[in-house]
Design a protein around this ligand. Sequence first.
Ligand code: BGC
Length: 290
Amino acid sequence: MGRAILPPMSQPDATPTPEQAPAEPTPDPSAVAHPRAIGIDVGGTGVKAAVVDLVTGELVSPRIREKTPQPATPEAVIETVGLIVDRLAEGGHLDPTMPAGAGLPGVVKHGRLVTAANIDKAWLDYPATAALEERLGRAVRLINDADAAGLAEVAFGAARGVPGTVLLLTIGTGIGSALLINGRLLDSTEFGHVPYRRKDVELWISGAARERRAIGWRRWAGEFSEYLALLEKWFWPDLIILGGGVSKQHASYAKWLKSRAPIVTARFLNTSGIIGAALAAGGHEEAPVD
Ligand code: BGC
């Protein structure tokens, strides 16, 4: 990768002298390789997609959602994605050169998932990019779902222009993570698999785990604070962003959460996966190498 696209991020630590100061970067749609891309978010319960304006981050088509097929094998999910994209095409929202990005809940390497904690194991090593490209008839990039959320937040949301280390955690079926250092994404951090009480932490305190254990918000927040303390001991984030389904309920737990760094809720709760996947497809400069 390396096509610098959008939006230009501030370099927070550098204080240029006036003669060094670059002109205020202005997004120039004509300079963008792909001004729009299809963003696809494959989740445990829903598959969602929309066309995203890569300059503004706005959805410029309806957001179409279908239930994730069960079992969520690659073939079944790819067919669902295909039907959603067909509907976007029928609605006149696509052009043939528009690339597509797909966010998936696992580590992505070379167009395949190499971990599959919360998705059908048949995805492991399945040639997902190639199969999606064949079904959709266009260029496709895969990205981890939490990394996609990180791209969306750094480009247009709560991490935009924030200096230092920003830790984004998505709390839903599992726990996903994105680590941003002065606006640059360190991909595939997988902090949902940090050991906690002898298990992966997401098995205790993801949204799904909280419901399975039937624990209240106060207890959940206490345990989540212990988890944050572990991460803070190692990474010293300057800002913590919480996203994913659980973050919508922050009013229920915020008063019991403790951390050294300030905690904010992600700007994009339902659409970060879509926006971030589209940014990756459009060649955002922080998109991980696939
Ligand atoms: C996966 C991550 C993913 C997270 C949220 C975890 O189980 O390992 O890759 O980001 O769930 O979906």
